[in-house]
Ligand binder design. Structure first.
Ligand SMILES: [Zn+2]
Length: 60
C-alpha cells in the first residue's frame, strides 16, 4: 500500500537545528497529545507548535 507522506519541520529552541517530523509521528504521537520531541542534536525537548498540533489533529 502506497501512501504519500509529508515531512514537517520544526526548529530547536535551543540550538536552532531543524528537526524533520514525519507524518506518522504527527499521527501516532502528536495527535494523541504528545506535546514535545527531543532534538537530535542537543537532546533538549522541543515544544510542538500549535500549528503542527492542528495539522496532526486534521490528519486521518
Ligand atoms: Zn537542539
Amino acid at each position: 500500500m502506497l501512501k504519500t507522506s509529508a515531512v514537517y519541520l520544526i526548529f530547536c529552541d535551543n540550538c536552532g537545528i531543524p528537526q524533520h517530523i514525519p507524518q506518522y509521528i504527527l499521527q501516532n504521537y502528536i495527535a494523541i497529545g504528545v506535546d514535545g520531541v527531543y532534538c537530535k542534536n542537543c537532546e533538549k525537548r522541543i515544544h510542538i507548535p500549535e500549528f503542527l498540533r492542528k495539522i496532526a489533529a486534521e490528519l486521518e
